[in-house]
Design a protein around this ligand. Structure first.
Ligand code: PEP
Ligand code: MG
Length: 579
């Protein structure tokens, strides 16, 4: 038996077989010089790889024709043509002769060059085709390097998934009925894998550092998502303890769920709103079970991440309509596309050659640079708006110029809908996410052009404290009670209230019961979180008074370190009947 400790990101206990997933990621492509006499054999290796890849693509084509339609299968025909394209092959051959380097490196280098160029093309058609080149490149590389393709969608038995790291798109694509738990070397509380694991109700422990090295074939794991622990080959006694803990956890949960109909109101009648964060349209139907009063964050990019390509207007319109219909007239805030940074797809190359993607071309920056892509999404939202109460919000706004440009594009999208005689709701609120320190510091300026704010603490912490949200080595520094963070929160909330608009929060901090009294005291109006956290946060809110929370927040703001505030809040919680 061996015990590993990590970050507890999604509660629940599970015991069972594990599956070690190595992913289809290409890392460390070998690069070495060859001699003239090897050119021929390298070229032959390339042609063999093309033949093998083409055979796979032909199989996929046949399968797609059988299971879908000839039109849908056309994409594989296009892949085949690209693989067999004489110009593409000629380019590889020329480089092989000129550079005299191994063929894997040449194929990799040429295809990533083509993809990067296509992704920055002003023509939407070329940008969309970039993902096809990336796909072909991956296929060829796998053949050359002898790697077998595997998709987590193909899992056909119950397992605990063990991985070094997972992309959001891989979590989305996996067979969720079979994955009973997730244990990962990487990842922290606010990484996208954590957010998705919570959304799917899959117990997960991340940031375990070495689990992929520690597990051996046939090992049984006991994973406790609440305690942040994974035990490899537990003893019988430890198994029994886990089973008892599981029963207790279920009992507590049922007690909390009994309060779904009650309002989120303090004992002195300060009413706030508790909403849910979702990433998939199908989740909308389930959030009401936890008492969500609406959706405070719909991460629309997940529509794009599974396929690795831009979702078409019709597909987006369907997804947004599904969510709005499921929520009746409860508000639904759709966050416009936020790709780039850590939100990438394995099917697509990184969107650019950014050396530092978290500070690079992502979210609103990408949307403003690609107005066709942005407007397609906005039109889909506008058209769906007739089905409910939709709000739009922009991610990663760093200053007023970006906000003004984005608002102008919303107006253009509206004009286009009018021209096509497509109906949309008369009044649609447009809000700004405050997740970059510059936005928080200029919140008074942004408030003039925003209908509401939503604070994205995951990124706000990352950028304020210079802590990569996916890196467990530095996750101890991501302290929401750091004086700098508390000041930014206060400044943002005050700026919203001075302008008469609401301040919401949709980062993971909003779903942390321990932080709720301080957030209430700072004046936060709306908390949006993973739906399953709502009952617990509500229980805290209903157990306190706003007056007491205000006093607590004031003390927290006067503190000089996060440790002091942590101690303060702990003592405060104990004093207030352990809420
Ligand atoms: C955030 O940054 O807090 C946020 C809600 O957005 P995301 O986690 O999707 O980056
Ligand atoms: Mg964010």
């Amino acid at each position: 038996m061996k015990k590993l400790s990590g970050v507890s990101v999604s509660p629940g206990i599970v015991i069972g077989k594990h599956f070690l997933y190595r992913g289809n990621e290409l890392q460390d492509i070998p690069r070495y010089a060859i001699v003239k006499t090897q050119i021929d054999s390298e070229w032959r290796r390339f042609l063999t790889a093309v033949l093998a890849a083409a055979a796979d693509v032909r199989d996929l084509y046949d399968k797609a024709v059988r299971e879908m339609s000839k039109e849908k299968a056309a994409i594989f025909e296009a892949h085949l043509m690209m693989l067999e394209d004489t110009e593409f092959q000629g380019q590889i051959k020329d480089r092989l002769f000129a550079d005299q380097e191994n063929i894997e490196w040449i194929v990799w280098d040429i295809t990533r060059g083509i993809t990067a160029k296509m992704l920055t093309s002003p023509d939407a058609y070329f940008r969309e085709r970039a993902v096809d080149i990336a796909d072909i490149s991956r296929r060829l590389m796998h053949k050359l390097l002898g790697i077998k393709d595997f998709s987590l969608a193909d899992l056909d038995e119950d397992i605990i998934l063990v991985a070094h790291d997972l992309l959001p798109s891989e979590v989305l694509a996996m067979n969720k009925d079979r994955v009973k738990g997730i244990a990962m070397d990487m990842g922290g509380q606010t990484s996208h894998t954590a957010i998705l694991a919570r959304a799917f109700g899959i117990p997960a422990v991340l940031g375990l550092s070495t689990i992929t090295k520690e597990v051996n074939a046939g090992d049984i794991l006991a994973l406790d998502g609440s305690a942040g622990q994974v035990i490899i080959n537990p003893t019988k006694a430890s198994l029994l303890r886990h089973e008892d803990a599981l029963k207790l956890w279920r009992r507590n949960r049922n007690k909390l769920l009994a309060a779904v109909e009650l309002p989120a109101e303090t004992r002195d009648a300060r009413r706030v709103s508790l909403k849910a964060n979702i990433g998939l349209p199908e989740e909308a139907a389930t959030v009401l079970r936890y008492g969500a009063e609406g959706i405070g964050l719909y991460r629309s990019e997940f529509l794009f991440l599974t396929s690795g390509q831009a979702a078409e207007e019709e597909q987006q319109y369907q997804a947004y309509s599904t969510v709005l219909k499921a929520m009746g007239n409860k508000p639904v805030t759709i966050r416009t596309l936020d790709v780039g940074g850590d939100k990438v797809s394995p099917n697509a190359q990184p969107p650019s050659d950014d050396k530092n993607p978290l500070l690079g071309w992502r979210a609103i920056r990408m949307c403003l640079a690609l107005p066709d892509l942005f407007k397609t999404q906005l039109r889909a939202i506008l058209r769906a708006s007739v089905y409910g109460n939709v709000k739009i919000m922009f991610p990663m706004i760093s200053g007023i110029e970006e906000l003004e440009q984005a608002l102008a594009i919303v107006e253009e999208a509206k004009a286009e809908c009018r021209q096509k005689k497509q109906r949309f709701a008369r009044k649609i609120e447009v809000g700004t996410m405050i997740e970059i320190p510059s936005a928080a510091l200029s919140a008074d300026i942004l408030a003039r052009k925003s209908d509401f704010f939503s604070i994205g603490t995951n990124d706000l912490l990352q950028y304020t404290l210079a802590v990569d949200r996916g890196n467990e080595k530095v996750s101890y520094l991501a302290q929401p009670f750091h004086p700098a963070v508390l000041r930014l929160l206060k400044q943002t909330i005050d700026a919203a209230h001075e302008r008469g608009i609401k301040a919401a929060m949709c980062g993971e901090l909003a779903g942390t019961p321990f932080a709720a009294p301080v957030l209430l005291g700072l004046g936060l109006d709306e908390f949006s979180m993973t739906a399953s956290s709502i009952p617990q946060v509500k229980q805290v809110i209903r157990g306190v008074t706003f007056e007491d929370c205000r006093a607590l927040a004031e003390k927290a703001l006067a503190n000089t370190s996060y440790k002091q505030t942590e101690t303060l809040v702990k003592a405060w919680m104990a004093e207030h009947n352990g809420v």
